[in-house]
Design a protein around this ligand. Sequence first.
Ligand code: ARG
Length: 602
Amino acid sequence: FTFVTKSKSVTTMAAVQDCPGNLKRQVEKLFDASLRSTVPDETGVQTEVTASLPGKPGDYQCNNAMGLWSIIKGKGTQFKGPPAVGQALLKNLPTSEMVESCSVAGPGFVNVILSSKWMAKSIETMLMDGIDTWAPSLPVKRAVVDFSSPNIAKEMHVGHLRSTIIGDTLARMLEYSKVEVLRRNHVGDWGTQFGMLIEYLFEKFPDTESVTETAIGDLQSFYKESKSKFDADPEFKEKAQKAVVRLQGGDAIYRKAWTKICDISRAEFAKVYQRLRVELEEKGESFYNPYIAKVIEELNSKGLIEESEGARVIFLEGFNIPLMVVKSDGGFNYASTDLTALWYRLNEENAEWIVYVTDVGQQQHFSMFFKAARKAGWLPESDKTYPRVDHVGFGLVKGEDGKRFRTRSSEVVRLVDLLDEAKTRSKTALIERGKDKEWTPEELDQTAEAVGYGAVKYADLKNNRSTSYTFNFDQMLSDKGNTAVYLLYAHARICSIIRKSGKDIDELKKTGKLALDHPEERALGLHLLRFAETVEAACANLLPHVLCEYLYELSERYTSFYSVHQVIGSAEEASRLLLCEATAIVMRKCFHLLGITPVYKI
Ligand code: ARG
């Protein structure tokens, strides 16, 4: 391959395209125009528009007046103070059918009340053209999401489960935003542990060719056994160390044994991915091996690398230890592989945004090699500018005892068992409700699966990812409170109302009958229209819980609406059915983005 490192191209968030579905952006655009005509000379001022808090007089507000005032007051302005600036911002607001009325409050906040008619029309347009018209647009074409990434022959633990769930959601949100996502499983398949594993394999199964998965059995125990031998037996240890060299040197027999071990692990991982319906493309650490030497050489030619105690390292400002990139025995490590993978992703795969999902414990590693990459000129100085890298760190999963989540016998929890238990429990709950008599066995099984796996995913995603959370089956499978079960049931109930009405929704959509005349209808409609800006915020900040909060609030607003307004048989039936349909569509999109399979009856 030819070795070229591209000079960086720079894009910032300001390059975000117009997004017709994004309500906040549309209000922002109006204020952009007003700001430009109110203070034509202050071209550097960014428009600040936020959604108003519940109970406030507007739907959105512009918060620029005070900041503007402090900029212009010394410059001989005609304005008398922030409220006057606010008044001018209001006066210069272009007329738009989306705005019902505006007012200035306090020190110049401009409140905007949206037109209910316009809101109803926008929802109808979505019903006609589909929810994809509400997708955010991001200033990147291609991204890498590096997630799950367990280590071969070692346990795939709950930390990897979190990475899998969070990474999949982020990938889904980016994909929805029309970004091409390379879903990368950066499996640990190239450590020194392979020497010992391969030697142990040779010892236990001299006829390595014919050894099968079942013969090795549980790869984790196999790992443990070989590790104890490695620690106890110096002769074995030496053999293992030589084995690493032969493997990395490309010896065919060692390579074959390595492949065998990787295949067995891979089959285990696949069971988890298959249950969660998560797609990943494996490019493990070994993939980058042929490129490492050249990447290190490039860093060296840029003067980044120094010798330290026999190793080769990069000293980085703000860190008291250097980043080791070549070990004293000449071998490469986690950091050299990650630097090389980053180089590959930027230059060979042309990714503009690279997102790494691991526990917060690895934060220092990421900060350090990101910094080294900036020093090498691979990335722009500003970390919000593209091409961009982000470490998406997450907290621990804890057990009821407050400690790291383990089974009762304090073993590592097998993820397949954990997921199976979620499904079994949700099936039991469905049978208790008599669903086995109502549904076909397939329906029962599919619903149990959707609810069980959905519950595990949602319990993880609803927390701000950087915090730790406690794993609790009873809580996550409860049909009350902020759980997947509650939300899935809420969706199913909406679907059943639509079914019971006997009306053809596709016909209704064409009638233009949707209206938001009552406060609860309007509140629900407004929340629906905030979907696009919410997904955009969740994407931009890589925070899935923002979408969960949105979804939960949506179901609450729906409940408030439904508990006071009759749908079927009312004078507003057509309008309300359309509102139900729009709610169900947005809920389903949320489920989809969270990797949860919706259910339609309950
Ligand atoms: N295999 C690592 C672990 O289990 C995670 C790898 C994350 N990705 C990366 N490019 N470093 O902790």
